[in-house]
Design a protein around this ligand. Sequence first.
Ligand code: ATP
Length: 371
Amino acid sequence: MTKKIDVELRNIQKRFGDNTVVENFNLQIEQGQCVSFLGPSGCGKTTTLNMIAGFLEPSQGEIWVKGKLMNGVPSNKRDLGMVFQTYSLFPHMTVEENVAYGLKLRKVPSKQIKERVGKILQVVKLPHLADRLPKQLSGGQRQRIAIARAMVTEPSVLLLDEPLSNLDAKLREELREEIKRLQQVMGVTTIFVTHDQEEAMYLSDQIVVLDHGKVEQIGTPWEIYNQPASEFVHQFIGKSNRISGVVQGTKPDEIELMTESGIKIVAQQRQFAYSSGQAVSIYIRPEKLKITPTDIEKREPQQSSDTNSMLAVVQYTSFLGSFTECIVEANGNLMNIRLDSTDPDMLLEAGSMVKLSWNQKDVYVFSAKES
Ligand code: ATP
C-alpha cells in the first residue's frame, strides 16, 4: 500500500539578491516519516525549513503540505509545530500555561485543554513540573517542554531546527532517544534540521544531504552511509581514510588502482565509470581496515604482487570503551583504524609494525577534485 505524501517540495529555489542559497530542491515526505536536512553550516537547511514554516517565501517552486499548496499561506495558518535551537518558551508562563498556549489560541474548551496538556506532559515524562516557570527548569527539560508545546496541537508536520545543539553531549543523546520515541508514538511527520550526522542517522527514515544549497543525496541512513552519491556525502557521513591514486584499469565489476606510493588496490565498480590514467581519491572507513601485528624482525617486505594490503607503523592508540582508535602511518598517510577494544592482541604499542588489509567491497573511489 502506498503511503500518503504529507510534505512535498517541488523544485524549490531561494535567492537573496544574486545569491542562490537553495536550488532545485525536490522532496516527498510520507505520512509519519522523520526526514533530516543534514549538511555543514550555511548549506541552506534553515532557509528551507523557514520556507516550509512560512517565514520565508520561495523565489521559485511549490510547497505542498497534506495536499494543500502552501505558497502565500501565513505561517500561523499552516498547522505546523515548531521547535528551535534556542528555547522559545514564554518566560512569564508556567510549564502548563506554555503547553496550553496553542490550544487556547485555537479556542479549545478548557476541560479538553487540561486533559491534553496533562497527557502530553505524561508523554514527555514531566507532569510533576507543570507549575514551574521556564527559568526553574534545566536546558533538557525546557527543550522537552518546547517539544510538548509543539506537539500538543497535533500538527500536520513537526519542524525541529537543531533542537539539541545547546545541550551537553549526554543530554543530547537522552533527548534524541526521547524525540525518536515521541515521533514513533505520536506518528507525526517530522522534519529535523541538524549538522550532526549521527543525530540524523539515529532519528531519520530519510536523510537529505545538502551542500552549498544543492541536494547531494536523498536516502535512508543505510543508503547514505553505504552507497554515497558523491565524495562530499562519503566524507560528511562518518570518518574515512583518504589515499590519492590513479586508475590502472577497469573491468565490468572491478577497478584496479595504484596509490602514489605504489600500493595496488582493487575496488568494486559502483555507480561511477572510470578510465585508465584518471586521478582518483580512494577511501576506506576505519572499521573496515583489518590489522595484523607483524614481527618487525621477521617481517617480509611489501610484495609487489600484494593487493589491498599495506604495511604501517602504529603512531598511537586511544581506548574509547566500546572500541579502540588506532592511528598508523603508512607511506606518508596517517590512517585511522577502529579496533576491537576487548581483544588483547590489539593492545598495540607505538612504533610497532602492522599489516593493514581490507576487502575490495569496502573501497570507495571518487574522481579526484580538480584544484
Ligand atoms: P547553519 O547550520 O549555520 O544554521 P544552514 O545550513 O541552516 O546553516 P542557512 O541559515 O539556511 O544555512 O543559510 C544558507 C545561506 O543563506 C547562507 O550562506 C546564509 O548566509 C544565507 N542567508 C540566510 N538568510 C539570509 C538572508 N536573510 N539574507 C541573505 N542571505 C541569507
